[in-house]
Ligand binder design. Structure first.
Ligand SMILES: Cc1cc2nc3c(=O)[nH]c(=O)nc-3n(C[C@H](O)[C@H](O)[C@H](O)COP(=O)(O)OP(=O)(O)OC[C@H]3O[C@@H](n4cnc5c(N)ncnc54)[C@H](O)[C@@H]3O)c2cc1C
Length: 683
């Protein structure tokens, strides 16, 4: 499918080809697989593929490509693939298996994902995602991933926000860790066979383009500082999301945008940078010297109820430490999600829940000293489960204490590690007093633009997992990131990349002695030399924090045109100061965390401005992007986000042109043939 767009600067027509196969949505993927070109097994042995990133997306891709017979070189900046940020995923992974018999289907998962993403994703990709979701569970079970099972030994499911069925497979609160161990063991088998060459502690600092095709990367060995050249017939970027542009987020401290940003600068379009997810259930910020935020899994919203005091006096007393939540009577509590969204209640999607919490806190009803927290209360769940357990165990007339004890044991079984984590951080027992939560930056739906094949606008350069702009539109539903990462890595890329590589069977080894490698390496070395010699007066974190504050205040949960223009100018000013004043201590030829951070923050300082520019262009509220100018003014949806399908049903794909403010917008118009565009109501 071709989308015609006008480049206003050059006044020429260009096409952004999303390569969606023709035919009914249900047949697209099958027909596509039947018709694409394949590489025969003997030829695969002569083809090299670079996979940058070995989280769930990259790890699953590397293992599968090697299993298929390609020679894979895999790169990660951690000391082992096991430490990728994917390990942090808590709540679960979606699949439309319909094991619970509650009416789930591929279509429903597709529908929920497109609706949850506020109709800003590509239908064909999302349908494919739903279609392969069941395979992921089979694959992972075969690898030995210990998904939770019910009493009879069958795989158990729970529910996540934005859906009316239970389709989330989970391994306690450690789903990402268990899935990553599965992918890692699949990788290890290939490492042992010599089919994957693993480069731990290597950071990709640039991509090398030869004759218009991605042919390699430049890396820095993070232990020795050595700069290396690596070549391949195709390059896959699987380097995760850019949530750390906000400085404080639930992402791992090392999560960064460098690989994605570097390929953007070499020709890959960057899509929907302003689509970021603010997760409603995080442990609130405690002060100015914090460097990380912690997620409390969304799965907790299955059993916890969210509330703030109904009366301002109670809220004030709580903020001042004069009143405890357990002392507030039931009728004086405002279960604001249940009140505003009776159909979905506490399980509304993340964007809706986050904004509702912010609204209550902005109105003065927040429940910690900073006024930026709401309660997540399990008291009802203790009682509900306790009564059920008493019946199961034949305990007649159980005391209230016994009921609570039995109920707490069930909650502990389901979420024990999350409760423990909360207690360690907040020093309060969440079994006795409700948890406090507040929204925090968590996930980025935006990312590198890819076509149906997961190829970027640079031939031979692919992008998978959270790093691409992918399938989640303007808002990702819970437990769908793991699904997408593993779908990309195990079941999509291994097919689509073959179609491209079938043209490369006679190419032979790619030399690293070319001028293109020489130039890319020089650029990388020059930048490192600059950092080491700049000798400014301010630390890298100084700039990162400043950027994060602007992003949170002006490009955060709510945005307006004035604030976004200010943000763009302020970020540019910080960037200029950064290049004058940044100080990087230590040496380039050793392990140097400040040097690593400097490179990453330099990229965030460019990405942040494009992010604000994209948010400014999108003068509508959709999903995780809430424009204060675009709000429903009356009717049942009064006060809710107002989407504008007439003018904004497109993917924004930005082309690099030097300064972020000069980036050129290409629009991929979104077509909805299988889902009717509706107002997203969870009421
Ligand atoms: C706290 C938390 C809980 C979550 N829980 C869930 C959940 O329950 N369900 C769900 O579906 N999703 C969840 N998510 C989202 C999900 O975990 C991520 O979207 C997903 O794991 C991303 O996987 P990935 O493979 O794309 O990237 P990552 O796991 O981030 O892996 C990135 C890889 O790239 C490498 N890398 C990065 N930059 C470079 C570079 N320049 N050079 C070399 N290597 C590089 C890293 O070393 C790493 O190997 C959660 C997210 C968070 C923050």
């Amino acid at each position: 499918m071709h989308f015609t767009i006008i480049l206003t600067i050059n006044l020429i027509y260009m096409t952004l080809d999303s390569k969606i196969p023709k035919g009914p949505i249900k047949d697209k993927w099958t027909t596509y697989k039947d018709k694409i070109d394949l590489v025969n097994p003997a030829n695969k042995r002569n083809i090299d593929i670079i996979v940058v990133g070995t989280g769930l997306a990259g790890g699953s891709a590397a293992a599968t490509l090697a299993e298929l017979g390609y020679n894979v070189k895999a790169f990660a900046y951690q000391d082992s693939p096991r430490r990728a940020h994917s390990i942090a995923a808590q709540g679960g992974i979606n699949a439309s298996k319909n094991y619970m018999g509650d009416g789930d289907s591929n279509y429903r998962l597709f529908y929920d994902t497109v609706k949850g993403g506020d109709y800003r994703s590509r239908e064909a990709n999302v349908y494919r995602l739903a279609e392969v979701s069941g395979n992921i569970i089979d694959q992972c079970v075969a690898q030995g991933v210990p998904f939770a099972r019910d009493y009879g030994g069958l795989l158990d499911n729970r529910s996540f926000g934005g859906v009316l069925v239970s389709r989330t497979f989970y391994a306690k609160g450690q789903t990402g860790q268990q899935l990553l161990l599965g992918a890692y063991s699949a990788m290890n088998r290939q490492i042992a066979r010599g089919k994957i060459e693993m480069f731990n502690r290597h950071e990709m600092l640039d991509v090398v383009i030869v004759d218009g095709k991605a042919r390699g990367i430049i890396t820095r060995n993070l232990i020795t500082g050595e700069i290396e050249r690596h070549s391949a017939h195709a390059v896959v970027i699987a380097t995760g999301g850019y949530g750390n542009v906000y400085f404080l987020s639930t992402n791992a401290m090392g999560s960064n945008a460098t690989a994605a940003w570097k390929i953007h600068k070499k020709g890959a379009y960057f899509a929907n940078p302003c689509f970021t997810q603010i997760h409603p259930t995080c442990i609130p910020r405690s002060g100015d010297y914090q460097s990380k935020l912690t997620l409390m899994s969304e799965s907790l919203r299955n059993d916890g109820r969210i509330w703030v005091p109904k009366n301002m006096d109670d809220a004030k007393a709580i903020q001042q430490g004069k009143l405890k939540p357990t002392e507030i009577a039931e009728e004086n509590r405002d279960y604001f999600l249940e009140r505003r969204y009776p159909a979905f209640g506490n399980l509304v999607p993340r964007d809706v829940a986050s904004r509702a919490a912010k609204e209550r806190c902005d109105a003065g009803y927040g429940v910690n000293a900073t006024g930026e927290a709401v309660y997540l209360d399990f008291a009802f769940a203790f009682e509900r489960y306790g009564k059920e357990q008493a019946k199961i165990h034949g305990i007649s007339n159980p005391s209230k204490e016994k009921i609570i004890e039995l109920g707490q044991a069930i909650i502990e079984e389901k979420y024990g590690n999350l409760f423990q984590m909360y207690e360690k951080i907040i020093a309060e027992n969440p079994y006795e007093t409700p948890m406090m939560i507040y929204p925090a930056t968590h996930y980025t739906m935006g990312g590198v633009w890819v076509d149906y094949n997961l190829m970027t606008t640079v031939p031979g350069l692919y992008c998978i997992g959270e790093a691409n702009f992918s399938d989640h539109g303007a808002n990702r539903l819970g437990a769908s990131a793991l699904m997408q990462g593993l779908a990309d890595g195990y079941f999509v890329l291994p097919y689509t990349i073959g179609d491209y590589l079938s043209d490369n069977i006679r190419t032979g080894k790619i030399s690293t002695d070319s001028q293109e490698f020489e130039e890319a390496e020089k650029e990388v070395k020059d930048r490192i030399t600059f950092f080491m010699n700049n000798n400014g007066s301010k630390s890298v974190d100084y700039f990162h924090k400043k950027l994060g504050k602007i992003m949170w205040d002006k490009v955060g949960m709510a945005r307006n045109a004035e604030g976004l223009k200010e943000a763009m100018a302020e970020i540019k000013a910080i960037r200029e100061e950064f290049w004058k004043e940044v100080k990087v201590p230590g040496d380039a030829n050793e392990m140097n965390l400040e040097l690593e951070k400097a490179g990453r923050v330099a990229d965030f300082l460019e990405l942040g401005e494009l992010f604000a520019k994209d948010a400014l262009d999108r003068n509508e509220s959709c999903g995780g992007h809430f424009r204060e100018e675009s709000v429903e003014l009356d009717g049942e949806q009064k006060g809710e986000a107002k989407r504008n399908d007439k003018d904004f049903a497109y993917v924004s794909a930005w082309e690099y042109k030097g300064e972020p403010s000069d980036a050129v917008l290409h629009k991929e118009e979104l077509e909805f043939k299988d889902i009717e565009l509706k107002t997203r109501s969870y009421k």
